[in-house]
Design a protein around this ligand. Sequence first.
Ligand code: KIV
Length: 263
Amino acid sequence: MMKKMTITSIKKSKGIQPLVMITAYDALFAKLFESSSDMILVGDSLNMSFGGKNDTLSATLEQMIYHTNAVCLGAKDSFVICDMPFGTYCNKEEALKNSIKVFQETSADAIKIEGGEDKADVIKHLCSNGIAVCGHIGLLPQAVRSEGGYKVKGKSSEEELQLIKDAQAVEEAGAFCIVIEGVKADVAAVVSKSVKIPVIGIGAGKDVDGQVLVFSDMLGLFEEFTPKFVKKYLDGASLVKNAIKSYSDEVRLREFPQEIHTY
Ligand code: KIV
């Protein structure tokens, strides 16, 4: 069993050991992931992989609280981060009210919000009121409609400069770590070196301080599309379909249940 990470141990790991973050949305999977991961993110990506929606925007605070509770119950020894859904942190007051709700109704250790320099005042307000914040810069899934799609960042020197400014503003505001998504690997490496807090990449190459993947992608359960940055560690969809097929064949042939499954 790994020791539960803390804000201090997460920060200290920079430059020593890459951090492993994975998403989970329920107690069952969270329990399975706990022994091998440093942090569990209850991502609003659940709106897509579990909710069947096209993007993350319609996830609600109530849903995130429900799923965060389930994850915390399943993985009692994990550092759990609750993703703040779209529209719940537009200004300092709303962000604090909603983050306090998450902290009071779940045992999440931290919250995550998307945005860089533009969200620095919100992050500072949260941190100065006892909320641990993980930043999220680069490709921001909650901006998919305003940006007209999912756009990889860091393709120009202006974008590179902005990413560095974003990371530094988020650090200065008090965040303990930053997720960097969909950024050219060489740029993500520079961004990671520009701050003292860990920068956890997703689609941002290997020269950052850790990695995060959406579990249903890396277990091959989500079949709609597979982003370039995802490695499938399991062909989960085929395994599940084969198992259900075997079950249904056996039921139809009256081969299940057998004597050992019968009272
Ligand atoms: O919602 C999510 O799962 C995330 C990851 C992509 C980092 O924010």
